[in-house]
Structure formats: structure tokens, C-alpha cells
Design a protein around this ligand. Structure first.
Ligand code: BTN
Length: 260
């Protein structure tokens, strides 16, 4: 089934059965002065994740990239990433999945605590969060006003967990609640994002309601070094506030690990 069929998105849609990376194509469109457009693909052959990782994108997932031209300073761009995580989480919850967000932008299932564990794709019990979706935001422009923002969203939708990389805990909508109508799911995500982008501070507040990270002990590898402590808050446009015991440290970027 082609996802684009009948999609009544608040953005212009460019659909590909197969493409290397929707983010790569979206950057190209952004350079060519395209307006608000979403690039959608059934399959990606060279999907990119954060920190230069590869992102497996088999047929059946929801792989999309949005080109936006917001009138915001570069420092506010992280808020789009958080707003997108909120949009995906809302749609996942509507589909019956108990989705949460791990700072800054992983949509996960399970909270990583508790004695029971839950089954992963191989039926083995795990206590960790299983990743359902990831977001990769890219931007270009001046510090006081960006020229474009590309928000890439990868949702493991109607795919087998066995077809996703096993080295990290992953899950899919198929695994959690069975196959979804990708057209409906995609439309919900895009409509939510269209609403949230007009109130980014509100989106960041809603983010805290779904946070899996807040209240946990965390270790964040930042460009400036490792910060460890209790995650106590997220502040606009997306910084994590960590109480180290001695002081409150605000981190704006990095890889976050939840500790017990
Ligand atoms: C992450 O590492 O968590 C971010 C993953 C982002 C994947 C999406 S899939 C659609 C878009 N195109 C890409 O190449 N990457 C993003």
C-alpha cells in the first residue's frame, strides 16, 4: 500500500517507493527553495541516524522528512525536535502504545525500571526502553534566523523487530499493537506537528508529560564532558537540567543513558 495515497497532509507531499534517505532529499529541496514539504518513503536504502549512525529503514516503516522555514534563531531549532517527538508520541498513544520520550528525542516503549522486564522480539525479558522512533534534525542559516530546518522522522511501524538492528533495544508498532494504517498514522503525526510548531514552548511543556528521562539518574556524554545526576527538568528550547548533587547543570546536546 502506498502511504501517500489520499494523504491529506498540511504539507505538500513527495513520495518515493525507495530512496537513499528522505533527509538527504529534503536538504536538496530546502536548498532549491521549496516551501513546506514532506518527503515520504516506503523504504530507505541509506537511512541516517544521529551521531552518523546508520538507520535501518525496511519497507513497511514510516520514513519521512519535513522541510520547514520557520522564522526562528538557530538556538530554537531543538524545540522542533522535541515538538516532533511529542507529535509521534501522541500518534503512538492514540494507536494504543504506551510511548514515552527519552531525552532528547527517542520515542520509546517501557520505562527501563521495574523487576519484571518485558519481552523483546526474541521473547527474552528486557528492562530497558525499546526504541520505537527516532528523529534527526538538520538546519542551515544564520544564528539569528535559520534559512531552513529539516526534521527527519523514522517510525518502526509495520516492520518485524527481527528486521531491525539487534544491538540496541528496538520495537515496532507491529510488535506492540499490530499493523497500523500508515496513512492515518502519518497524517496524525503531521497534523500534530503543524499545530505544535505554532506553540513551541507549549510543545516543550507537553514533552515533559511524556518524559521517560525526568526523575531518573542519567549519564549524558556532552561535547564538554560527562555529566551524571538526576534529570529534573527540560527547559525551552530543549535543554536537560541535571542535579548532580552539588549543582544544577544544563546540557543542550549529547547522548543520554538512563541509570538505575
Ligand atoms: C536517530 O538516530 O534516532 C534518528 C533517526 C532518524 C531516522 C529518520 S528516517 C527518515 C529520515 N531520513 C533519514 O535518513 N533519517 C531520518
Amino acid at each position: 500500500e502506498a502511504v501517500e495515497f489520499g494523504l491529506d497532509a498540511p504539507f505538500e507531499v513527495e513520495y518515493h517507493d525507495s530512496i537513499d534517505s528522505t533527509n538527504r532529499r529534503a536538504r536538496e529541496l530546502a536548498q532549491d527553495d521549496a516551501g513546506d514539504v514532506v518527503v515520504l518513503a516506503d523504504e530507505q536504502t541509506g537511512g541516517k541516524g544521529r551521531l552518523d549512525r546508520a538507520w535501518s529503514s525496511p519497507s513497511g516503516g514510516i520514513w519521512l522528512s519535513l522541510v520547514l522555514r520557520p522564522e526562528v534563531p538557530a538556538a530554537h531549532v531543538p524545540a522542533f525536535t522535541l515538538a516532533t517527538a511529542v507529535a509521534v508520541t501522541r500518534a503512538a498513544r492514540e494507536a494504543g502504545v504506551d510511548a514515552r520520550i527519552k531525552w532528547p528525542n527517542d520515542v520509546v516503549v517501557g520505562d527501563g525500571v521495574g523487576p519484571e522486564g518485558r519481552p523483546n522480539g526474541d521473547g527474552e525479558a528486557v528492562d530497558e526502553e525499546l526504541k520505537l522512533a527516532g528523529i534527526l534534525t538538520e538546519t542551515q542559516g544564520e544564528a539569528d534566523r535559520v534559512s531552513w530546518v529539516v526534521v527527519g522522522v523514522g517510525i518502526n511501524a509495520n516492520v518485524d523487530v527481527a528486521d531491525l538492528p539487534a544491538e540496541r533495544g528496538v520495537t515496532s508498532l507491529r510488535q506492540e499493537v499490530g499493523d497500523v494504517d500508515r496513512r492515518v498514522f502519518t497524517q496524525r503525526v503531521l497534523e500534530a506537528l503543524d499545530e505544535l510548531r505554532d506553540d513551541l514552548p507549549g510543545a516543550v511543556e507537553e514533552w515533559t508529560e511524556y518524559a521517560s528521562t525526568l526523575g531518573k539518574r542519567v549519564r549524558v556524554e556532552t561535547p564538554g564532558g560527562t555529566v551524571e545526576g538526576e534529570a529534573v527538568d527540560v527547559e525551552f528550547p530543549g535543554a536537560l537540567v541535571i542535579d548532580t548533587g552539588d549543582e544544577r547543570v544544563t546540557v543542550t546536546a549529547g547522548d543520554c543513558e538512563h541509570l538505575r
